[in-house]
Design a binder for this molecule. Sequence first.
Ligand SMILES: Cc1ncc(COP(=O)(O)O)c(C=O)c1O
Length: 500
Amino acid sequence: MSLRRFHAARWDEPLIHQIGAPGRRGQHYPQVAGDGLVPPGLARQTPPALPELSEPEVLNHYLRLSQQTMGMIGISLFGTCTMKYNPRAGEQAARRLAGIHPAQPPETMQGLLAAVHGLDLILRSLSGMDRFTFQPAGGADAAWTQAIITRAFHAARGESTTRTRIITSLQSHPCNPATAATAGFEVITLPLGENGYPSLDALKAALGPDTAALMINNPDDMGVYNPEIAEWVRLTKAAGALAFYDHANFNGVMTRIRARDLGFDACMFMLHKTFGVSKGGGGPAVGAYGCTAELAPFLPGPLVAAGDAGYRLEQPPLATAKVREYLGNLHQVFKAYAWARAMGADGLREAGGLSVLMNNYMEKRLLTLRGVSRSHPDQPLPRLEMTRYSLGQLYEETGVSAVDVQNRIADFGIDAFWLSHEPWIVPQPFTPEAGEMWSREEIDEWIDVLAHVIDEAYRDPDHVRAAPHNQAVARLSDRDLNDPANWATTWAAWQRKRRA
Ligand SMILES: Cc1ncc(COP(=O)(O)O)c(C=O)c1O
């Protein structure tokens, strides 16, 4: 076993506001002709406090900063949120959108609208739903779309004051209860049974004439599938509520399970997880939200529709408020369309199967490591594309936590794994997800690094607890991070804080 060592560059790099000099310029622009273009009431009295630098100074500054991060050059088995390679072909395809303005008339961007409509059709066939919107800028935004459509749907039937509760489960992603609560619903969170998923009896006890919806992900955050899910949906619908499938963890069942076939009214897919698009927060992400024809009139508009005269934009008759400007992050929709077309139905099926195979391969090896166990060991069903593990025994025996291990593996060029969403019901959790894109050698390297770090934890726990050792920045103190007095998200806010 030869481990790849990594060491980030360390630059004593000031903030960009602390370099340069007044009057220094990177680019020269002609003076805009004519005063008074900005109404006096809106014109600022003093120039903005922007950094003033030459172009090479700016370039070097950002190059130095980039050398201090590991970026995506390590093996990244992030987990609970499928992380995939983002093919260059998708980036090239999306570059064609440069220069298109989202407010352009539809007849001048027919190619783009064809891609949006094309992806809508692909997702319809993968889910069985009747219509998709790509407006939500991420998974949480798609859950929010579900919450406001639930509100609008019941209001249209005169039931807004009676259907006030949304049911979810303890290991559904927190965006489900959070968006339900933000939309004004009372949230019922079902606890997990021995098998790792809530019992049917718990669901039956929670359902009633006040239930507005079930919002649930399957598999949950631990990689556990609920084998009774079809019955869950049947009971929910029989109670007059809507059933929403958070399909963020779709990878292992692509082309094998369709949300509609299980009875769901709506579902979401993450283009930035399953569909080969770069992962990120609200900015570059897309939570594709799809629903049945019954809910489609409530989708936030506009939607792309195909007709004899080409593609057009149409506003659903009962549209809820927009969740994002225009049609959403269309660059990402374009990349996902390119990816899905390149994969084809057979490719998606093969990728799903590979991701299950790789996860089970990993599981076999990981469970041989001292101090590692699997959540819910009594659950008889195999995990599909991801497994929740615990380093609880390692912690008890050495005092080394899952976060310590996470920091130490980065010294070997391995991206930190994801632990668990809250609440942590598994002690010292970690949830790597192999996916379909890493080679067996890479997966083995990942496991070898973990094995090495665990071995180190038993031999020299202090060394692991003090990790990372090879990064530009050593471990940050939680106390500083948790105290807003010590940080600010912008330079202007930092200046204001310092003045205060
Ligand atoms: C199951 C599940 N649902 C929803 C989300 C939220 O997605 P996003 O981070 O795109 O808002 C996540 C992300 O971790 C997830 O794993």
